[in-house]
Structures are given as structure tokens and as C-alpha cells.
Design a protein around this ligand. Structure first.
Ligand SMILES: Nc1ncnc2c1ncn2[C@@H]1O[C@H](COP(=O)(O)OP(=O)(O)OP(=O)(O)O)[C@@H](O)[C@H]1O
Length: 643
């Protein structure tokens, strides 16, 4: 033992790590085999990182560029060791990576846990356990590592035992380590002896890690006649296929292999929903293997989220999460792009400006949208179910694309799904095409309403005339809808029209009699309208008679070229200064409350104000002065009961 090693320092885990470890050991026990996959996956990433850093600094190879991962076991000591000659870790990195969870979404993750073992196991899987999964099978784990490029004396030993007094703490000590890279030794729990077998370990490697690019080697076994047993020899044998899966022809890759590879690149326990694999030739030559996950990651709303598409150049790993390879609205896509043309020393800065990358990105985007389109339009029930899952998990993100990706706007619009008055449920299943297929004779627009919640949309007074006439209206209640639809004026030649905007023109859906009636009402109410305008003053742009209401006395609409009221509220909530355009108050001439107003004198101002305020409330708006509203209502109620 070196003197440095005696100076071990005991450190405590971050509280979340303790919690995660405890949960994992209990919840993932029935999945215990995954520990090997996770540790090999990390070793492979570490090898990729070294190969990349060595492009600029070949000295990091220290004369050994033959990267591999070794798995060995010791029946007597009851240990399994996984070692790699990858990038390794410095002392700071050890403490940062093995003592804390730096992932975004950690809080949400813990908040979602239910105490139900099965559900929690699933969540833990989604969150990703990585290194800590070692503790499912081991009660003590020892990591010895050295960062490539640092001297042998700067090796680090990390050790943590789950039993005894030190549980919940770990030690870090300096050690000598001749070879760079990381060696992880698992001291197995008592009931894990079945793992101490070459046959068992090999079968786990083939099952879970066959697609790993680096060779995973084990010592070969031989039958010893004398001992009448298999004994280990000195010779190495490669257990996995050890080639880049994406570089192989499609017809030689099994479904299981595709799925296994996804779990590695996507850092996901679950299977992918769908994938697309193609080699592209032409101006740019590259291979893409892109996956759509079956669930949204914890950090989908975090713009700094990691783990996107990995970029390789001629099989050499270049970078994780090359955000330039995918537009932001497809940030949930995982996988690999391997370019045959980019220079090996390509940096993030170069990528930002590269025309070649733009071509690759356009190609990848097209592929993913095509894949989604195939799922969405497929006749197979399985595919449709997949699309429904996709929409639930990622629909909100995809919607961003309508405003973000001009070239593919129409394609993306075709993939959108909405709730509508057709079923009147919050399920988002209606496409623009479905809607157009159900359009009434004479209808030439696609109508929609936006509101803060589904119920506010569904019960919006603006829908009354549409319901009466049996015209379908899309019910939008996602914040991003306002923005998406603001960027979309038509679909397939049909104009999109908000029902909450003024000048509602139902065109040929309105019959002559109705038009006449409207004109007549406008005439009849001229005086009242003027009176109301004076009474409401600054609060309205205009007051008009409308035929769009059947049950409600009044509603607010935005003038045709003004921002919608819902959008204005969203912008305000987001701290943006939205132009404050005043609404138009539309009144229903057939409603008793409106009729009554014609003859009201004394309390006219109160009535007018209440009519305005309730229209604002029904619309999802907030009252400027709720106390006065309540006071007025009470006064009017008392006045009525006195009658
Ligand atoms: N064999 C290794 N060599 C070098 N660094 C490693 C190795 N194993 C783990 N690490 C470091 O520890 C970090 C944490 O690993 P861990 O497996 O917990 O998470 P991850 O791989 O980053 O993400 P995920 O949990 O999604 O798999 C890694 O990101 C890496 O920096």
C-alpha cells in the first residue's frame, strides 16, 4: 500500500444518491443482470472519449491505442471486475461523477416515485442508474482509475460499502495505477454466486452488450482432464461482435440488436418506439441510425439536456449530443450519425458553421418526419398505437416545429393531432386531414378555439353557433398551440380561423335569413350599443350585436388583426410586453339579460360592466377588479329580489 493510499478521505454521498441507491437495490433486484450492461456501456463511452481526445493529443494513448473492455472474475474472492483502458477519471471527476447525481430532472424524478415497487423500478429505469446499478449485485464496490495523460501516481481509488458502519459514505484515496483507464471491482452479495461463471458472464455480455463497438474480452476456458473442470487459460477471447452496428447492412441486424443498441446510445432501459437506419450517398456520405424513444426523458424541457444524437466520423466517436444534427423540436431523437466526409478534428464551433452539417441535418430531419408519417398513416393497429404514444409523449415538442422549421412546416402540420368538438374529449386524436374529411358542405375554413385549459376551450361561448350548426371546432389548450397556429395560416388550401376573432364570417354556412336577421338586430340595437360603448369606455374597442351566441349573453373577441386574448395573456404571463389591444364585446340580442338592458336606466352601468366582466371570465381571463365585480353582482341580485 502506498503512503498516499493511507491518507484516504471519507466523503458522504449527496442525499439523492443515498435515496437512489436504496431504491435501486430494492426495486431493480429482479432486473439485476443489467448491472453488467450499464458498466460496460460506461466503459465503452470512456473508450470513445479517449479516442476522440487523442485525435488532438495522440500522447494520451500512452503507446497503447488498442482499446478494449475486460471482464474477469475471481471465485475465491467472490468478485467480478470490469476494466477499460479508456479516458479514466481524475480525483475531481471521481467525486463529481460517483458521489453525486448531476442530472437535470432529479427533483422531478424523486417527486414521481410512488412506493409501488414495480412502477418505481420503471421510473428508475427511465431516469438511468448507470454506475450505481453495481450495488444491485455487490455490497462493496471498488473503483481504481487514472485519467489518461496524468502520471501513474495520480491514480484514484474510490470505495464504498453498503453494509456496516460506513454505509452511505465512500472513501477516496490516491493510488499508483500504471495503466490508464478504470477498473471496477464488485464484491458480490452473498446470494450472487451464480454470476461467478464464465459461461454466465459471457451469456450476459452477448445478450446485453453485443453491439458495443470495442471488443469485450474474457480469459478463455479450457477443460482440465485432471481437475475434471473448466479452468481459465491466459489466452484472451472476444465475447461480443465488436463492430459498429450502424455500419452493418440492415438485413443482417436483428430487431433485438437494434433494441439493445438503443439502450446503450439512448441511455434508456425501455425499448424504442421506432427507428430508421439508412446509409446516404450523394453530396454528403453518412449513415444514420435514429430512434424515437417510447417515453419522454425527465429533462425534455431543459434546453441544456444531454444525450441527443451522437456524431461519429468514420466510426470514431466525435461528440455526444451534437445539437446541430437535429432541430430543437426533434430533441427527443436518439441515435448515431456517422459521417464519411467531415474532418476528424471537427469541433462544436466548426459544426455551427458547417454547410455539410446543414445537409446532414436536413437529411436526418426528413428521415425522422418520414418515419413519423409512416407510423401515423399506417393501417396497422400496432403502428397507430405507436403514433398515439408518440403524440402523448412528444406532441408538444413537435408542435414547436411548425414555427421553427419553415421548410417542413406542412409536413409537421400533417402530423399534428388535436382535441375537437367532434368527440368533445381531451384526447388529441384529430388531424387536419380528419377534420377536412368531416367539413360541412360550404365550409371552407378550419375553425379552432384556444384557451388555457381543455374545459375552458370546450365550454367557450365562442363555440355556441358552431355547435348549433354542427360544425366541428378544434379545441386547443396547450400554450404552444397559440404559437404553432400563429405560424400556420392554412392547411391543404384551407384557411385556419380562430373562432374568437371578430368579423366571424361563416360564409355560405350562414343562410340568407340569418344574414337578414343580423342586420335587423344591428339596427334595432343601435341605441343600446352606443350607450354601452359610452358606459364601458376604454375597456372595449367596440360593441357589436352577434349571432354567434345561443346561450350566453355576451362574449369578447379580438379584432381580426389584433393578437388573440389568450395569446396576450400567455405573453404577459411569460413577462413579455404584448401590445394591449382592446377586445370587442359582442352581445346576443336574443338573450333576456340583453333584452332587459334596453329598458334599464338606473343600474345601466352596473349591468354593462357585469356583462363585460362575465364575458371576460368565460373566456378564461382574469378580472382587473374582482371585488367590484362581486359587489355589483350582489347589488343586482338584491335589486332583482326586491322586485
Ligand atoms: N468506466 C468509466 N470510465 C470513465 N468515466 C466513467 C466510467 N464510468 C462512469 N464514469 C463517469 O461517471 C459518470 C456517471 O456515470 P453513470 O453511469 O452514473 O451515468 P451516465 O453514464 O453519465 O448516465 P446514465 O445514467 O444515463 O447512463 C459518467 O458520465 C462518466 O463521466
Amino acid at each position: 500500500m502506498s503512503s498516499a493510499q493511507t491518507a484516504a478521505e471519507t466523503l458522504n454521498f449527496q442525499a439523492e444518491v443515498k435515496q437512489l441507491l436504496h431504491l435501486m437495490i430494492h426495486s431493480l433486484y429482479s432486473n439485476r443482470e443489467i448491472f453488467l450492461r450499464e458498466l460496460i456501456s460506461n466503459a465503452s463511452d470512456a473508450s470513445d472519449k479517449l479516442r476522440f481526445e487523442a485525435i488532438d493529443q495522440p500522447a494520451l494513448f500512452e503507446g497503447d491505442s488498442d482499446l478494449k473492455i475486460r471482464v474477469s472474475f475471481d471465485t475465491e474472492a467472490r468478485t467480478i471486475t470490469i476494466s477499460d483502458n479508456g479516458i479514466g477519471m481524475s480525483r475531481e471527476e471521481v467525486v463529481a461523477h460517483l458521489g453525486t447525481i448531476a442530472k437535470s430532472g432529479t427533483k422531478e424524478f424523486f417527486g414521481k416515485l410512488t412506493g409501488d415497487q414495480k412502477k418505481d423500478a420503471h421510473l428508475i429505469g427511465q431516469f438511468g442508474v448507470g454506475f450505481y446499478s453495481a450495488f444491485i449485485v455487490a455490497d462493496k464496490v471498488t473503483v481504481v482509475t487514472r485519467r489518461a495523460g496524468l502520471p501513474a501516481s495520480e491514480g484514484v481509488q474510490w470505495e464504498c460499502s453498503m453494509s456496516g458502519e460506513t454505509a452511505g459514505a465512500y472513501t477516496v484515496a490516491a493510488v499508483e495505477k500504471a495503466g490508464r483507464g478504470t477498473e471496477i471491482t464488485l464484491h458480490l452479495r452473498e446470494d450472487q454466486d451464480d454470476l461467478l461463471s464464465a459461461w454466465k458472464l459471457k451469456s450476459l455480455i452477448r445478450k446485453y452488450s453485443d453491439h458495443i463497438v470495442q471488443p469485450i474480452v474474457m480469459k478463455k476456458e479450457e477443460w482440465d482432464e485432471e481437475k475434471k473442470a473448466q479452468v481459465l487459460t491466459d489466452e484472451d477471447e472476444t465475447v461480443n461482435q465488436a463492430n459498429a452496428l450502424w455500419a452493418r447492412p440492415r438485413n443482417e441486424i436483428t430487431e433485438e440488436e437494434y433494441k439493445g443498441f438503443y439502450k446503450h446510445v439512448g441511455h434508456d432501459f425501455d425499448e424504442p418506439l421506432a427507428w430508421t437506419h439508412a446509409r446516404v450517398e450523394g453530396r454528403q456520405e453518412y449513415t444514420q441510425l435514429l430512434y424515437i424513444p417510447s417515453h419522454a426523458p425527465f429533462d425534455m424541457w431543459d434546453r441544456n439536456a444531454r444525450h441527443g444524437v451522437k456524431l461519429y466520423v468514420k466510426r470514431v466517436f466525435i461528440m455526444d449530443d451534437a445539437e446541430k444534427l437535429m432541430p430543437t423540436y426533434l430533441r427527443f431523437v436518439r441515435g448515431v450519425v456517422d459521417s464519411a466526409d467531415l474532418p476528424l478534428n471537427v469541433s462544436r464551433e466548426i459544426l455551427q458553421e458547417s454547410k455539410d452539417i446543414d445537409t446532414i441535418r436536413a437529411g436526418c430531419t426528413k428521415k425522422v418526419l418520414g418515419l413519423l408519417e409512416d407510423l401515423a398513416t399506417s393501417d396497422e393497429a400496432g403502428d397507430q398505437e405507436k403514433y398515439a404514444t408518440f403524440w402523448k409523449e412528444f406532441g408538444k415538442v413537435l408542435k414547436e416545429g411548425v414555427g421553427e422549421d419553415f421548410a417542413n412546416k406542412d409536413k409537421i402540420a400533417g402530423l399534428l393531432r388535436f382535441a375537437s368538438t367532434h368527440a368533445d374529449t381531451p384526447e388529441e386524436v384529430v388531424s387536419f386531414r380528419d377534420y377536412i374529411g368531416r367539413m360541412k358542405e360550404g365550409q371552407d375554413k378550419i375553425y379552432y378555439v384556444t384557451a388555457e385549459t381543455f374545459n375552458a376551450a370546450k365550454n367557450s361561448p365562442h363555440l355556441e353557433v358552431f355547435r348549433k350548426k354542427g360544425i366541428e371546432v378544434l379545441l386547443l389548450s396547450d400554450r404552444v398551440d397559440e404559437w404553432a397556429l400563429g405560424n400556420l395560416t392554412e392547411f391543404d388550401g384551407k384557411q385556419l380561423q380562430s373562432v374568437a376573432k371578430g368579423g366571424l364570417d361563416l360564409g355560405s354556412l350562414e343562410d340568407e335569413a340569418e344574414k337578414k336577421e343580423a342586420e335587423q338586430a344591428a339596427d334595432e340595437y343601435k341605441e343600446l350599443i352606443e350607450k354601452m360603448k359610452t358606459s364601458l369606455g376604454d375597456r372595449v374597442k367596440d360593441v357589436k350585436v352577434t349571432l354567434r351566441l345561443t346561450d350566453s349573453p355576451a362574449c369578447l373577441v379580438a379584432d381580426e388583426h389584433d393578437l388573440g386574448m389568450n395569446l396576450t395573456r400567455i405573453l404577459k404571463a411569460a413577462g413579455q410586453s404584448a401590445p394591449m389591444s382592446k377586445p370587442i364585446l359582442e352581445i346576443n340580442p336574443k338573450h333576456p339579460a340583453v333584452l332587459r338592458l334596453k329598458y334599464e336606466d338606473k343600474s345601466f352601468d352596473d349591468w354593462a360592466a357585469v356583462l363585460f366582466d362575465q364575458a371576460l371570465l368565460a373566456e378564461g381571463g382574469a378580472l382587473d377588479d374582482p371585488a367590484t365585480f362581486v359587489k355589483r353582482i350582489n347589488q343586482l341580485m338584491m335589486a332583482m329580489s326586491a322586485h
